[in-house]
Design a binder for this molecule. Structure first.
Ligand SMILES: Cc1ncc(COP(=O)(O)O)c(C=O)c1O
Length: 329
């Protein structure tokens, strides 16, 4: 029994995902949508707020502010409310309505950015807005998941430990994680490398994200990819990167549901697609343990990833974009 469900962060289940044509691969997914507000972000929100309060960096009169495309905003609004703190969440046009609703219903103020930045995303303009607010207000704390070491520390101290302890037969050959702010992969990679130095950490990014270079373009699926390289990643230990496109992500989400009975969110589909893509290119001839993180569930993607018309719209948009890029080059 817990006093409040928000105190039940972590200790999420791990499930095995056999892949039909890859009998040497033992894939295990950590299901982070079993956290109280529905995503991996509970770990960071809960840890960061309690550390800041304990250290006296913030007090009961502090307003927290953060840029989030959804899950972190949902988690922060819950844990800010639990601790009696005000929270301002800067979101954008692509934020799923259900996330915006949950953030507002948990008492946060929402600022919605509608003007795209030079990369066609909204991140840079969301950050610009936060800087303006900080400049004209006292006692506002910017959580800043892209650079705050506490963000990585949260995952180092929770998800990282769980993955190390729960790895089947105490063996991690590979660990695949989706990447956006970079906090999850930074903290978890540090912990896993300490305990399993030979483990290969593979970041899963999406086409159109510029985290690892590449060409920026409009992206439709939130929670994965970024239109800047997060500062926090300087502390990450990443061995390789696999990038997937949005069509691959959508198909992988559908396959997770059909084959594995997992109703998973966008970045989980990207991670699953990334694992298959990676091992289609890189052959393995002995039994290999692959751990991965599924960050949220499919429930918040009913009108997008699990909607056929939306999928068709994304496919057509990307085909037209690729066609016009081919003509220009
Ligand atoms: C669904 C989902 N998956 C993956 C991530 C990536 O985590 P991080 O921001 O720590 O890189 C996020 C971050 O917002 C997310 O919402």
């Amino acid at each position: 029994m817990v006093n409040n469900i928000l105190n039940k962060v972590g200790n999420t289940p791990i499930v095995s995902l056999p892949i039909a044509d890859k009998s040497n691969l033992n894939v295990f997914a950590k299901l982070e949508f079993y956290n109280p507000t529905g995503s991996v972000k509970d770990r960071a929100a809960c840890y960061i707020i309690s550390r800041l309060l304990k250290e006296g960096t913030i007090n009961k009169d502090t307003t927290l502010i953060e840029s989030s495309s959804g899950n972190f905003g949902v988690a922060l609004s819950a844990y800010a409310k639990l601790n009696g703190l005000k929270f301002v969440c800067v979101i954008d046009k692509t934020t799923l309505p259900v996330n915006e609703m949950l953030i507002r219903l948990q008492g946060a103020e929402v600022i919605r950015i509608t003007e795209p930045d030079e990369h066609g995303g909204y991140l840079l303009n969301r950050i610009k807005k936060i800087k303006e607010i900080i400049a004209s207000n006292d006692n506002v704390y910017w959580v800043n998941q892209y650079a705050n070491p506490l963000n990585a520390r949260a995952y180092y101290n929770s998800l990282g430990i769980e993955i190390c302890l729960e790895a089947p037969r105490q063996k991690i050959d590979y660990l695949f994680m989706g990447i956006s702010s970079g906090g999850t992969i930074t903290g978890v990679s540090q912990r896993v490398k300490e305990n399993y130095p030979a483990a290969k950490i593979i970041a899963v990014d999406v086409d159109g994200s510029i985290i690892f270079g590449g060409k920026s373009h409009k992206r439709f699926i939130p929670g994965i990819g970024s239109s800047m390289r997060p500062e926090i990643l300087k502390q990450a230990v990443i061995d390789d990167v696999v990038s997937v496109n949005e069509d691959e992500t959508i198909n992988a989400c559908r396959e997770l549901l059909e084959v594995h009975n997992l109703y998973a969110g966008g970045s989980s589909g990207s991670v699953y697609a990334g694992i298959k893509k990676y091992f289609n290119k890189n052959n393995i001839d002995s039994k290999t343990n692959v751990m991965c993180v599924f960050a949220d569930s499919g429930e918040r993607y009913i009108t997008t990833i699990y909607n056929d018309q939306w999928g068709e719209m994304v496919r057509e948009y990307n085909l037209e974009r690729e066609y016009s890029e081919a003509i220009v080059s």
